[in-house]
Design a protein around this ligand. Structure first.
Ligand code: ZN
Length: 321
């Protein structure tokens, strides 16, 4: 059975970065198409501006964007730096996984185990990045991401020294806790929800992958970083804007309801709107300050994957049991 000993580290690094870059390119497709209800497989990539198909050699991760100076080859339209950012981050994350999780393994570790650790960890990081970017733009997280990651986490728990029971109980417990506290209790007391179901499902992922300690870390580190980011945004810009897509979605829904001809049916649709979180307002009538928490939960989980043991020992020693 070939082991880690048989492959030189430079080859592992090169392979991992290339693998990460290619999947990073796919990640851009997921982030753009999934919230729009489009297939991630077909059709092939098209220029978002003029609709011409993008040739594979103009679609090389990072390199194409740099060579074309951030513009489309076909029509010269500006291409969002998000694309190159996501690709570069995916390559870097793959390299970080190699350095932190793979190379420190004992040399006799079988290549099969090395590959499973790499692929599962990269799937976690990339899917969390997709969830973060989609949540930032659209204020929701597509269900297949947290459900898929929970299944992968439970299936690979033994690779991370997390007991099967701990993983299952922490996953279900984290979800129920957030749902009960923020979905039910907070709603009952304050009349509105504090965190979304998407956040509850992301915390379920943390439980399935890292047990109670990881879920507690994700919740706390996520909350601290979200608070710091909100404070910085308030200081720098004076206010926190909601994503444009959310404003647009609200206008579209209102237009649809206004277009309903039957008065009884329109009244029913208007009543339904009152329970839609997108229309919730604060007591002074303004739209609620909406900071998506998902990106910060995702960030905290990536931190826990890569530097969690050291951080948990330092700050969460009291949780050890
Ligand atoms: Zn074009």
């Amino acid at each position: 059975m070939p082991s880690l000993y048989d492959i030189p580290p430079w080859l592992i690094r090169t392979f991992a970065v290339a693998f990460g870059l290619i999947w990073g390119s796919f990640l851009n497709v997921v982030i753009h198409r999934v919230p729009r209800g489009e297939s991630v497989v077909r059709p092939a990539s098209k220029c978002p501006n003029c609709g011409q198909p993008i040739r594979p050699w103009n679609n090389i991760p990072v390199l194409s964007w740099v060579l074309l100076r951030g513009r489309a080859r076909c029509c010269g339209a500006r291409i969002s730096p998000r694309y190159v950012l996501v690709e570069a981050a995916s390559g870097l994350m793959a390299l970080a996984i190699v350095e932190v999780l793979l190379l420190p393994m004992p040399p006799e570790t079988t290549l099969l185990r090395v590959a499973v650790v790499f692929v599962s960890a990269l799937a976690l990081v990339l899917a969390l990045m997709a969830a973060a970017f989609i949540d930032l733009e659209h204020m929701y997280i597509p269900d297949p991401i947290p459900y898929g990651l929970t299944v992968i986490g439970l299936a690979t728990h033994s690779l991370r020294d997390v007991g099967w029971r701990d993983a299952v109980v922490a996953a279900a417990g984290s979800f129920l806790l957030v749902w009960l506290v923020f979905g039910v209790l907070y709603r009952w007391v304050r009349g509105r929800t504090g965190m979304g179901m998407g956040d509850a499902k992301l915390l379920m992922v943390a439980g399935a992958w890292f047990g109670w300690k990881g879920a507690a870390f994700a919740l706390m580190a996520g909350a601290v970083q979200a608070t710091v980011a909100a404070a910085i945004a308030l200081v720098v810009r004076g206010k926190i804007d909601e994503p444009e897509a959310v404003t647009r979605e609200r206008e579209e829904i209102l237009a649809q309801v206004a277009a309903i001809e039957d008065p009884a049916e329109r009244a029913r649709a208007e009543r339904e709107l009152e329970t839609d979180p997108i229309f919730e307002t604060s007591p002074d009538g303004n739209a609620l300050l909406r900071i998506p928490f998902g990106p910060f939960l995702a960030l905290a989980m990536i931190e826990y994957l890569l530097v969690g043991d050291a951080l948990a020992q330092r700050y969460l020693g009291w949780l050890a049991y």
